[in-house]
Design a protein around this ligand. Sequence first.
Ligand code: SF4
Length: 181
Amino acid sequence: MSRYPRQLSGGEKQRVAVARAFAAKPDIILCDEVTSALDVSVQAAVLNLLQQLKEDLGTTYVFVSHDLAVVRAISDRVAVLYQGRLCEIGPSQNVYKFPSHPYTEVLLGAVLEPDPDIKPKLVAEDIVEEKPPEKGCSFQGRCPRKIGDICNSEVPPWQIGENGNAIRCHINIEELASLQQ
Ligand code: SF4
């Protein structure tokens, strides 16, 4: 109470932001990159605080992050976006254990392992895309599983797999599962 904002640490400022967000007792809170500027120990403290408040108050978070470990720690359901468009959505455990969409597979495969001999199974084209394609699949320019012109011309349909994950892809979801083995 006695300090100015500039006298607070990053973690303290984040706790004040959390308190301010909860002051109006909302049912839903948008958490946009809430841990990105914090060091790992403070990240853990803020995540624990958010988790505790969620359990105590039943609040829903829409949690936006590029940090896959943080998303895994806090989420019940995960939605994966590429170029601002949904690729895959499903229960968090399923998306991490059994990624179905090629982009999710590439994304999770890019997490570095502490062993130089472990390489990602699937790698995307290494090009910079400045804007989403006007037609077709948002991942068409980099997809290592692209099947042809249909990916460039038609928006892929939604499909739901047996594991509960929903994806948008022109490849049948069962066929994708067999390609990943
Ligand atoms: S629709 Fe085509 S380009 Fe898009 S993810 Fe599926 S295979 Fe790849």
